[in-house]
Design a protein around this ligand. Structure first.
Ligand code: TXE
Length: 480
């Protein structure tokens, strides 16, 4: 049985406890590898390594840092097939999606911030003939990056790339549910010549190693992506420590479909927004509001398109809809489908565990599920389900649509489908979200601010937002 190893001080090593957690393949329900159960002792070893590397990495030239990060991106590209297959096995997502989205973006994340590091300028402010101010943007030092299971390598690199490009040294913890690609990435770091101690990857559960990372006094900033409840826990645990926190949390994103939309394209894209990655994306459009004149027509076309999704073995290139990430998560999602029925919802399609023949007969598959007939205040429409489940609701006017959209504790993303330009601007202005897509979904420019409001998080990732998060500005004022 393959034992995943921690990556500390440039070496792949076993957890000090010698304890491991079972790593289960979602498509088969079988244990296929073992994950280190790291603890405080492993963290101290990583902290010593990071401390030893901190000064040198901070003083490494921008060009050299960019060169090493670019080499890492090249190695991801060269190993794309292996990484995509590993992601599909570990997470349950379709291998074609893993390659086109996860691996592609992992490489793009690193390449983007390799370049950002050489372009990131700071400011100066002249005070007439009296004085000149200039702003230094120094690395913070040791930073913590904690990432989730839905895009394992993609969201892992989305955090460590800017942190490293800014000259920080990193203690990173991928999700214990999907550790494999971070482990494979460790080997690429060694091959790329990343200096020992600059990046340290500790595997294990939130309580055993995630929490100690967040509260360690030498770790000065935490970049976290995961559940809103975990984000709240981290906020409480670090209270009074004055750490920088970037929290990218849950979402319950609205999709607003107006009658004047480009119908066919909107149907296709709204299906994609609802069910990509088996609905396990914080950006998925799980609440779909449709202007009443086209509600029935849209519903029929939407359900027909959902029924055409090919559920199957994640390793089959024809598969469009894979397994949910774990047994417990599958059970959580299925419980929400039962709740929806209790709350008065009608299942238009799906609603059950899906049976896939062959090696995947015991896998954690859920049929893509569409529900109508619920009100906006019910739990099904208020709580993040994070699975292949969406609800349809009609609306009669723009004001009602925006009120429905804003009617949850979350505010991460949204999409609006209309050909009325003035309406698009008005709705975008009034939606409480960090991201508003108009006639598109998940169209991403890495320079843009990424993150949400309300219970969807604090702070923004991406572009200069990430570079600013991972640096400390210092103003120096010199009198002439
Ligand atoms: O997140 P968790 P999970 C949401 C979604 C999902 C829920 C749980 O609703 O059902 O979060 O998913 C580590 N201190 N999203 O279990 O539990 C944990 O080990 C420090 C939305 O993935 O928050 C993992 O590495 N770390 C999200 C990471 O935090 C802790 C994407 C996320 O775990 C910790 C994924 C602690 N006390 C899930 N407890 C998005 N916005 O994209 C856990 N961890």
């Amino acid at each position: 049985m393959q034992k995943i190893e921690n990556y500390i001080n440039g070496e792949l090593i076993a957890p000090s406890s010698g304890n491991y957690i079972d790593n289960i393949e979602p498509a088969t329900g079988k244990i296929y590898s073992l994950v280190p159960e790291s603890n405080d002792k492993d963290l101290e070893t990583a902290i010593v390594a990071a401390e030893a590397a901190k000064e040198t990495w901070a003083n490494t030239s921008l060009e050299k840092r960019a060169e090493i990060l670019s080499k890492l991106a090249d190695l991801i590209d060269e190993n794309a097939e292996e990484l995509a297959k590993a992601e599909a096995i570990d997470n349950g997502k379709a291998v074609t999606f893993a390659k086109a989205v996860d691996v592609y973006r992992s490489s793009a994340n690193i390449r983007f911030f390799a370049q950002a590091g050489t372009q990131f300028a700071s400011e100066s402010h002249a005070m007439g003939n009296l004085a000149i101010n200039y702003t230094l943007r120094d690395p913070i030092g040791i930073v913590g990056c904690i990432s989730p299971w839905n895009f394992p390598l993609y969201l892992f690199t989305w955090k460590i790339a800017p942190a490293l490009a800014c000259g920080n040294v990193v203690i990173a913890k991928p999700s214990e549910v999907t550790p494999m690609t971070a482990y494979l990435f460790s080997k690429l770091c060694i091959e790329a010549g990343l200096p020992a101690g600059v990046l340290n990857i500790l595997h294990g559960t939130g309580p055993s190693i995630g929490a100690p990372i967040t509260t360690h006094p030498k770790i000065k900033a935490i970049s976290f992506t995961g559940g809103s409840s975990t984000g709240a826990h981290i906020t409480k645990a670090t209270a009074g420590m004055f750490k920088k926190l970037s929290l990218e949390l849950g979402g319950k994103n609205p999709t607003l479909v107006f009658a004047d939309c480009d119908f066919k394209e909107t149907v296709n894209e709204v299906v994609r927004a609802a069910f990509s990655n088996q609905g396990q994306i914080c950006l998925c459009g799980s609440r779909i509001y449709i202007e009443r004149p086209i509600y029935e027509k849209f519903k029929a076309a939407f359900v027909s398109q959902v029924n055409s999704l090919r559920i199957g073995d994640p390793l089959d290139e024809q598969t469009q809809h894979g397994a949910t990430v774990s047994k417990s998560h599958m059970e959580k999602v299925l419980s929400y489908i039962e709740l929806a029925k209790e709350e008065g919802g009608t299942i238009l399609t799906g609603g059950k565990r899906a049976k896939v023949q062959g090696r995947c007969q015991d896998g954690f598959f859920i049929e893509p599920t569409v529900i109508e007939g619920l009100n906006n205040q019910c739990r099904t429409n208020q709580e993040e389900i994070f699975g292949p489940v969406c609800t349809l609701m009609p609306f009669d006017n723009e004001t009602e649509a925006v009120t429905l959209a804003n009617g949850t504790q979350y505010g991460l993303a949204s999409s609006v489908w209309t050909n009325d330009l003035k309406r698009a601007h008005r709705v975008a202005k009034n939606i409480e979200a960090g991201i508003v897509w108009i006639n598109c979904w998940l169209l991403r420019d890495l320079r843009t601010p990424f993150g949400g409001v309300k219970s969807s998080g604090v702070g923004r990732e991406g572009g200069l937002e990430a570079m600013r998060f991972f640096t400390e500005p210092k103003n120096v004022c010199i009198k002439y």
